[in-house]
Write a protein that binds this ligand. Structure first.
Ligand code: ATP
Ligand code: FE2
Length: 331
């Protein structure tokens, strides 16, 4: 029987619903992001946002896909990692829909979904993945049945670093896009702490230094330019080492920060030096959305994965490399 999967995503500040077919066709992908006027995201406020907006977003995803509830044959939801209250609000919607529609349920790892949607879009089979977002910064490659983390941040994620710096500058959350715009106008490089330790990166030192520089009346475009060049350079170094080590011929850039064109340009250069193909996920599939959950749900379900409602508790600390990837047999 052909599968039509509704994927529900709600690990952090965004709630999304997407419908994907087992042919990998994205039939709809609707989301809404909580963006407070000031300050960061409070988990309870975000979960309330999901409970309030979720039903309408799901209904819209069905309408845009041109289907009714009874055309859904599978429900996938983001089981983790993420903020506990947000995950629980999302899981509750997924469970009640699965019970009502009498269709199976699968729980998807959010980070794995960012990789799989990139593979669907690019046709890549086995990339080195640079996954960059507000909560994660990881260089990942598949080995021994799991997505192994070759390198990651030792402290804050790259997107979080950009958002916190932006908040200092009075920019609205999320600040990544505004910093990118400013950086395009900058040209002078101010030195910031460049911190690569083995295969890992660290962003908290450069955040502190950038905030200090900001008080020295350095033009904002130059400061944003310097932040981007330093932060992206660190990632490029780790990615390059992962490519050289694994000898994989594909490089994938995914996650919300993948929307940054300068980062794509730098990593494309790294991939080219190693004769690897390169792909950046397109903006609608870069951030948190339901289509990536739906597609990964289809892959898991097809490989035999099932999750009973009774067992469908959420996993706030579920790491990328903690899941057996049953649908890939490469190694
Ligand atoms: P995850 O749960 O995977 O960590 P997330 O909750 O942070 O994801 P995403 O939508 O994947 O959500 O990523 C959001 C991040 O992407 C924010 O930190 C935002 O500032 C950043 N971002 C968005 N656009 C850009 C851009 N053009 N340049 C840099 N960063 C960007
Ligand atoms: Fe994400």
């Amino acid at each position: 029987m052909p599968l039509t999967c509704l994927g529900i995503e709600g690990t952090a500040h965004s709630f999304g619903a997407g419908v994907v077919s087992d042919q990998g066709k994205v039939l709809s992908n609707v989301w809404d992001m909580l963006s407070p006027q000031e300050g960061g995201i409070h988990p309870r406020e975000a979960s309330r946002h999901h409970s309030d907006k979720g039903p309408d977003i799901i209904a819209k995803a069905l309408t845009e896909a041109g289907i009714g509830p009874h055309d859904i044959t599978l429900i996938a939801f983001s089981r983790g990692p993420g903020l506990g209250p947000c995950l629980r609000a999302t899981a509750t919607m997924a469970r009640s829909l699965a019970l009502k529609l009498e269709v199976p349920l699968v729980g998807v790892n959010h980070c794995v979904a960012h990789i799989e949607i990139g593979c669907l879009e690019s046709g890549f089979k086995d990339p080195v993945t640079v996954y960059v977002s507000g909560g994660n910064t990881q260089v990942i490659a598949f080995a021994g049945n799991r997505f192994r983390t070759f390198g990651e941040t030792l402290d804050i994620a790259i997107g979080n670093m950009l958002d916190v710096f932006g908040r200092t500058m009075g920019m609205r959350f999320p600040a990544g896009p505004a910093i990118e715009q400013e950086a395009m106008k900058g040209h002078r490089y101010y030195s910031l702490p460049y911190s690569v330790k083995g295969m890992d990166v660290s962003y908290s030192g450069m955040l502190t230094a950038a905030r200090r520089l900001q008080t020295e009346h350095i033009p904002l475009p130059d400061l944003c330019f310097s932040i981007q060049e330093t932060a992206f350079g660190m990632l490029a170094e780790v990615a390059e080492r992962a490519i050289a080590h694994t000898k994989k011929g594909e490089v994938l850039l995914t996650g919300g920060v993948a929307r940054n064109r300068r980062l794509g340009e730098i990593l494309a250069g790294v991939a080219a030096r190693h004769n690897a193909r390169f792909h950046t996920v397109t903006p609608p599939l870069a951030g948190d959305q339901g289509a990536m959950i739906a597609w990964t749900g289809i892959l898991q379900y097809t490989a035999g994965d099932r999750l009973s409602v009774a067992e469908s508790y959420v996993l706030p600390k579920w790491r990328t490399d903690e899941q057996d990837i049953t649908w890939r047999n490469l190694s």
